[in-house]
Structures are given as structure tokens and as C-alpha cells.
Design a protein around this ligand. Structure first.
Ligand code: ADP
Ligand code: MG
Length: 224
């Protein structure tokens, strides 16, 4: 019985998501269609039309790329015990290069004992990438992002704290809803995917934010 309930909930979520995706992809497609028609009917080729078409195609590509993460097998059950620190370290090393270009310093604090969780490496990577990417995108003036990893009771806790633009309570309410974005080139899919992955790993995500001061994301995952 419980299984049936869960299945019908999944369908509803998938259906809602599909409707959102259809809508988000239809807008750039309509625009591309229009500009291709214009190009066909115009004598001289118009550079601006090509630019618009390119940027709309880019938008579709962004959306589809983020969705590919979701369509990969959600195999937390086929996954194994994995150590969190090497994964986090790898992502921070990767992101530090981009951060430096924006005058952002990432300062990590790591535990001195290994902590493992039951999970899937690529999905956890995705979580860390999404949180750090958002933190960086919130800090156009540069600044510091601190990342703390520690054991907290039966959990491993990862805290990402930025000094960025922060969020209003209304924005916090909308976090993780598909296509909620305040960015010109955002997809609004990153946190939906992040929440989904954390949920699949039996974990939780909390957000605290002060407009113009910064945001703190706290993730807890059951440790082994
Ligand atoms: P995207 O980054 O494509 O906009 P996300 O799902 O990753 O989509 O984030 C949704 C929205 O949540 C962002 O557009 C932004 O408004 C807000 N947000 C997320 N993380 C932060 C952060 N660290 N600081 C400020 N706002 C954030
Ligand atoms: Mg994002």
C-alpha cells in the first residue's frame, strides 16, 4: 500500500516536472522558429538574429544538461559505502580555479577522521558543485566561501557559507522548485536536483540567509 502511494506521488512529481520542462523549452524553441523564418525571408543575413538563435539554443542546452543528471539511474541502492572527504576535496580543487578568477577564496575545514556514507559518488559531486556554484554566483564582489565538513552525531554535516547577495524569505520558500531562478542565465534546476539527491541519500538540507550578507547551506547525510 505504502509502495503504491509513493509511486503515485512520483508520477505526480514527474508529471509536474515534465510540464515545467515542456514550457521552459517551448519558449526558446518558439523564438528560434521565429528568427529562422525572419532570416529566410530577409535579403541580407542579420547578425543579431543569429546571436539570438545561438543564445536560445544555449539555453536549451543548459536545461537539457542539468536534466541529464536526473535521468541517470537513481541507484542509491546499487551504490556502496563512500568516503565523503576525497569527493569534497576534488570538487573544491576544481572550483577554486573558477573562484580565483572572481576574487573568491574557498576556505575548507576538514575532519581528521574519515567519514563514509552510503551513496553514489557522481551524485554527491553534483551536490557539492551545485552549492559552490550558487555561492560563487551570489558573490559578484568577491569574498570568502567557507566549507566545513564535520561529524555531527550519526550524520556527516557539510556547511557551505558564502558572503553573497543572500535571499529574501520569499526566495528561500521557492528554493528547489523547478525553474525558480533569479538569474538571467539560470535554469532553476540546480537546487531541485540537489534536494532530490540529498533526499535519495536519506539526508536533509537547511538554508539560512540574510539579504546583502550571505547564505549558509547545511547538508546532513547519515554517516556509516
Ligand atoms: P540557478 O542557479 O540556475 O538559478 P538553482 O536551483 O541552483 O538555479 O538556484 C535557484 C535560485 O536560488 C537562484 O537563482 C538564486 O536566486 C537562489 N540561490 C541559490 N543559492 C544561493 C546563494 N548561495 N545565495 C543567494 N541565492 C541563492
Ligand atoms: Mg545553480
Amino acid at each position: 500500500e505504502e509502495d503504491r502511494v509513493m509511486q503515485s506521488e512520483k508520477l505526480t512529481t514527474a508529471g509536474q516536472l515534465a510540464a515545467g520542462i515542456a514550457h521552459e523549452i517551448r519558449n526558446p524553441l518558439t523564438s528560434i522558429n521565429g528568427f529562422v523564418k525572419l532570416l529566410r525571408s530577409s535579403e541580407s543575413s542579420n547578425e543579431l538574429y543569429f546571436e539570438i538563435i545561438e543564445s536560445e539554443l544555449k539555453r536549451i542546452e543548459l536545461i537539457v544538461n542539468e536534466l541529464l543528471v536526473l535521468s541517470k539511474p537513481q541507484g542509491v541502492h546499487v551504490s556502496g559505502p563512500i568516503e565523503v572527504l576525497p569527493i569534497l576535496e576534488q570538487i573544491i580543487t576544481l572550483m577554486k580555479v573558477q573562484a580565483a578568477l572572481k576574487n573568491i577564496e574557498i576556505i575548507p575545514h576538514y575532519p581528521d577522521v574519515p567519514i563514509s556514507v552510503q551513496g553514489e559518488v557522481n551524485q554527491l559531486k553534483q551536490v557539492f558543485i551545485n552549492l559552490l556554484k550558487n555561492a560563487m554566483e551570489a558573490m559578484n564582489q568577491g569574498g570568502t566561501i567557507t566549507v566545513d565538513m564535520l561529524r555531527s552525531g550519526h550524520n556527516v554535516q557539510i556547511v557551505v557559507q558564502d558572503e553573497g547577495i543572500g535571499m529574501t524569505p520569499e526566495q528561500i520558500q521557492s528554493l528547489g522548485q523547478p525553474f525558480f531562478t533569479t538569474k538571467d542565465t539560470g535554469t532553476g534546476l540546480g537546487l531541485m536536483i540537489t534536494k532530490n539527491i540529498i533526499h535519495n541519500h536519506g539526508g536533509t538540507m537547511n538554508v539560512e540567509s540574510v539579504p546583502d550578507h550571505g547564505t549558509t547551506f547545511t547538508i546532513q547525510l547519515p554517516a556509516l
